[in-house]
Design a binder for this molecule. Structure first.
Ligand code: NDP
Length: 265
């Protein structure tokens, strides 16, 4: 069997940890694979780039997850439902699409016990897929976003939605920053008055941004709350993608033992 090539497509993509994560697991598990990164400017050329590079599989990051969804020949039922694909595998010349972000997120928050109600700050693409999986898992979910347009999707799924202006805070077990606020700036995901109401009564706070103590996490810590960043979500979505890339050849914990080394290098 010849070496299989994989890549992450995105724009930007230079910051991505995925090549390191997957290459550590390929090497550790003795799988003859190599994982690189590809700056994809135009999402509509995704399939062409996939073929030109003779790839066996890819991960897709911002802003191409909808293009990835459109490029697939076969969609996993969950990816079909949420309209977003972050993992593609080529089998028999067909592109199979999956969404591993949502399951990765669900696994990442499973360490918090007795969680029933969850507040999402943000309503972007990541919030969409993770909202559906939380809804399916029986969590009581509320979404608050800066602007109203992106809330339509969540409304159509029967979820409680608010903008900052009409939000009436309640008590939430988990408060999650689903925005990109704090990624490349020092902004909070919503007005501090809202955070000062919802954080003190929560059990814990989570940020999907990884590798950074965001202003949101700093505030939660200062209010004495347990916190968690997006590293485990990234790790778990990667393990699930790796499982698709290698057709289930390895155990979850086995993959994890190598992949998690990417977070200490
Ligand atoms: P999108 O661009 O789809 O959505 C961005 C969201 O953030 C929107 O709700 C937007 O509000 C809101 N937002 C952006 N800036 C601000 C601000 N300054 N104040 C308030 N709200 C703001 O992004 P994604 O959903 O794809 O990504 C969101 C975050 O998730 C990113 O930080 C990304 O890095 C992270 N992520 C982490 C992963 C992991 O594995 N840990 C995996 C995937 C994503 P509006 O609608 O008003 O514009």
């Amino acid at each position: 069997m010849s070496k299989k090539l994989f890549a992450i497509f995105g724009n930007p993509v230079s910051h991505s940890k995925s090549p390191l994560m997957h290459n550590l697991a390929f090497r550790g598990l003795g799988f003859d694979g190599c994982y690189t990164r590809h700056l994809l400017q135009d999402g509509s050329t995704l399939k062409e780039a996939f073929d030109d590079l003779s790839l066996s599989g890819i991960n897709i990051t911002v802003p191409h997850k909808t293009h990835a969804y459109q490029a697939c020949d076969v969609l996993d039922p969950f990816a079909q439902k949420v309209g977003s694909v972050n993992t593609i595998v080529k089998r028999d010349n067909l592109l199979y699409g999956y969404n591993t972000d949502a399951n990765g997120f669900l696994k990442a928050i499973s360490e918090f016990k007795d969680i029933k109600s969850v507040l999402f700050l943000g309503a972007g693409g990541t919030a969409q897929s993770t909202a559906i999986i939380l809804q399916e898992a029986g969590y009581n979910l509320t979404i608050v976003n800066r602007s109203s347009a992106r809330l339509e999707y969540f409304k159509s799924k029967g979820l409680d939605t608010y903008t900052f202006d009409d939000f009436v805070p309640s008590r939430y077990d988990l408060v999650i920053n689903m925005t990109s606020a704090g990624l490349e700036d020092d902004s909070l995901p919503c007005p501090i008055e809202i955070l000062n109401e919802v954080i003190p009564t929560s059990k814990a706070c989570v940020d999907v941004i990884y590798g950074k103590d965001t202003p949101f996490l700093k505030l939660a810590k200062s209010l004495g709350k347990p916190t968690k960043d997006g590293s485990d979500m990234l790790l778990y979505q990667g393990i699930i993608a790796f499982d698709y890339f290698t057709d289930g050849a390895y155990d979850f914990e086995e993959i994890k033992s190598f992949m998690q080394k990417a977070f200490v290098i």
